[in-house]
Design a protein around this ligand. Structure first.
Ligand code: HEM
Length: 327
């Protein structure tokens, strides 16, 4: 039951006062953006752990070793431990996204729910990261750790796009057959990320010399990965052609197509040079950027009902007592 003196914007849970007026939709989107940036950063530092062979720099979990929480100074232990510390910062980032979802004005249950998904994903990632260390960097666990990060980036992108408009079902801005094509391109991209992690699990960049390898032939698995890259690129190009033919400028596809071409070239070069860690690092950065661009393209094909969600303004203060007295 709302308090009669409260600022009842949506559901009676918001009380009067400056802090209780909550955050604006735009400020909330910024919080989600920061959480997304932190989730992206930790993928890169995770790759750094693997590519500097620091994966077992701390052999235990959650403490670095049986005797000590933090390691003595040393390159490998601190690269690994630094990544663990960053996961603390990421947790704060997604925690803030949940808190601010409750304080957002107007409050929206869908945004609250999606920000809780981020928290659940980060908790799962912390546990999975720990199990990966305890099981000596098994390649399937390393692959799952990377792919779960991609799921988290997808959830953050969905949350960000949901927060852009008002509550309500999204409306596609393209005809259904093109939306379907775009959805298949996202699926092809996901398959591409998956096959990439299979190449990693087979190749020499394991994160530590003690780690197991998948038993595939490196050439074969790289060919399958290369093929999924071609399929994804072709799918993007065909979508661009179909959009152009049907009178919609395929502007949203320029960046993903450009990055896919560069990323593919880099893939072949690094393979032929024997997978030097610096090039592999660039390939991972490229993969994440590509995935985010494909998500932006796809989510950008939907519109949401919009009533000033971009505005910095909070809804006008409501003073029921004063207004009643005036009235
Ligand atoms: C848009 C195109 C591409 C994307 C998005 C992509 C994405 C990825 C991803 C996500 C990984 C796994 C990273 C990890 O597990 O940490 C990977 C690994 C790899 N990719 Fe690609 N890839 C693309 C094209 C290619 C092409 C055309 C080749 C050529 C064969 C290639 C060769 C490799 C190799 C050799 C690895 C293993 C690197 C390692 O040792 O960790 N990639 N790729």
């Amino acid at each position: 039951m709302p308090n009669p003196g409260s600022l009842d914007i949506t559901d009676g849970n918001t009380t009067d006062g400056d802090t209780a007026r909550g955050v604006s939709p735009r400020a909330y989107r910024r919080v989600v953006l920061v959480a997304g940036a932190l989730l992206t950063l930790i993928v890169f530092t995770g790759a750094l752990v693997r590519l500097t062979e620091s994966g077992l720099g701390c052999e235990d979990w959650p403490t670095c070793s049986e005797e000590e929480f933090a390691p003595e100074w040393g390159f490998h232990p601190w690269i690994e431990f630094g990544n663990r510390l960053l996961s603390g910062v990421v947790s704060v980032g997604v925690g803030l996204a949940v808190l601010q979802a409750y304080r957002r004005s107007p409050r929206r249950t869908d945004l609250i729910r999606w920000s809780w998904y981020l928290v659940a994903g980060v908790v799962a990632q912390i546990v999975l990261g720990g199990i990966t260390v305890l099981l000596d960097l098994h390649p399937l666990l390393v692959s799952s750790h990377f792919l779960l990060s991609m799921v988290l980036l997808w959830a953050t992108a969905v949350l960000f796009f949901k927060a852009k408009g008002d509550h309500g079902p999204p409306t596609p801005t393209l005809p259904p057959h093109l939306v379907k094509h775009s959805r298949w391109t996202v699926i092809a991209t996901s398959a591409l990320l998956f096959t990439g992690t299979m190449v990693t699990g087979t190749g020499p960049n394991s994160g530590d010399f003690r780690a197991d390898r998948l038993g595939f032939d490196l050439g074969d698995v790289a060919r399958v990965h290369g093929l999924t890259a071609w399929v994804t690129l072709m799918s993007l190009v065909m979508l661009a052609v179909r959009m152009q033919r049907e009178g919609t400028a395929p502007t949203a596809l320029q960046a993903p197509i450009g990055v896919a071409v560069l990323q593919g070239l880099l893939g072949y070069i690094q393979y032929n040079l024997g997978l030097p860690p610096t090039l592999v690092m660039a390939h991972i950065v490229g993969a994440v950027v590509f995935f985010l661009l494909v998500l932006r393209m796809h989510l950008g094909f939907f519109e949401r009902p919009f009533e000033g969600a971009e505005s910095n303004e909070l809804p006008p203060r409501v003073h029921p007592d004063r207004d009643l007295a005036r009235g």
